[in-house]
Design a protein around this ligand. Structure first.
Ligand code: G1P
Length: 292
């Protein structure tokens, strides 16, 4: 069965960014002039997936507005002759078919995915974390879908991290089968470096068979008292194979202040209209430290 839907869990509090996230979802933070969540939706669209299920919370309304058609704004841009901006604004709201479902209590990532079950139904689906931007020449979701087409089983994207970074991620224990494809033996959520089975970390892109829902229903709270997606995958392994695909993409975790800052700087350096000015400014800071 073809993969047609993507679940984007976006209900988290964004505590690492308070007070900024008190009224504004962290997924709506701009990377220069585009909100983080739009990069992720565009990644799904590029892979041919337009049914996007957002698992939201009560403070996440701006996400709904962002993917809606704003006729007043469109009329205004048209009257001003701002055609490029108009095209930009129109496109995203027309290409995506958004479905919003509430996670009434924030009980963890695994719970958020389970909340999406009625909208997914019994079919394979993708999960993309709402604060991770993946930059690659090839679309990572398309690559994952290819692996799924071959093996008919769940696929998790992983990337290599430094040893000191392992405690920030879900880490997989896996066997290499070919090129960038591995078969997973075990997973552990945010291990201490000395307990990590490898340095292959879960990126935040998953493709699941619907069996994951059965496992999520019986997954007890794990790390941090939350129902962890990683723990449900561990249970899934008892019943069917789960593959990992190693990607060499640049992974931007915009969910922490440092990660967000790095994302902004790197994206600005890639923009012709900003690059030169930014370099000049940063050089000036380094030559004449401002003391801040
Ligand atoms: C989540 C997952 C973790 C994964 C990470 C990727 O953790 O639980 O397995 O490696 O996303 O960013 P979070 O960063 O939401 O705590």
């Amino acid at each position: 069965m073809e993969v047609r839907k993507a679940v984007l869990p976006v209900a988290g509090w964004g505590t690492r960014f308070l007070p900024a996230t008190k009224a504004m979802p962290k997924e709506m933070f701009p990377v220069i002039d585009k909100p983080v969540i739009q990069f992720i939706v565009e990644e799904c669209l590029e892979a041919g997936i337009d049914n996007i299920i957002f698992v939201t919370g009560r403070h996440k309304r701006p996400i709904e507005h962002h993917f809606d058609i704003n006729t007043d704004l469109e009329k205004h841009l048209e009257q001003c002759g701002k055609t490029t901006l108009l095209k930009n604004i129109m496109e995203i709201s027309r290409l995506v078919n958004p479905i919003y479902i509430r996670q009434k209590e924030q009980l963890g990532l695994g719970h958020a995915v389970l909340v999406a079950e009625p909208t997914v139904g019994y079919e394979p689906f993708i999960v993309c974390l709402g604060d991770v931007i993946v930059k690659d020449e090839d679309n990572v979701l398309s690559k994952m879908m290819e692996v799924y087409r071959r093996f008919g089983k769940s696929v998790i994207a992983v990337f290599e991290v430094e040893e000191k970074e392992v405690s920030k991620y879900g880490i997989v224990d896996c066997r290499h089968i070919e090129k960038d494809i591995y078969i997973i033996d075990d997973l552990v959520e945010k291990p201490k470096p000395e307990e990590a089975p490898s340095r292959l970390a879960i990126v935040g892109r998953y493709l699941f068979t619907p069996k994951i829902f059965d496992k999520l229903k019986v997954t007890p709270p794990g790390k941090g008292g939350e129902i962890q997606l990683t723990d449900a995958v561990k249970l899934l392994l008892e019943e069917e194979a789960v593959y990992a695909i190693k990607i060499n993409s640049r992974v931007y975790d915009t969910g922490t202040p440092m990660g967000y800052l790095q994302t902004m700087i790197e994206f600005a350096l890639q923009r012709e209209d900003l690059r030169e000015g930014l370099i000049r400014y940063m050089r000036s800071l380094m030559i004449e430290p401002t003391g801040v």
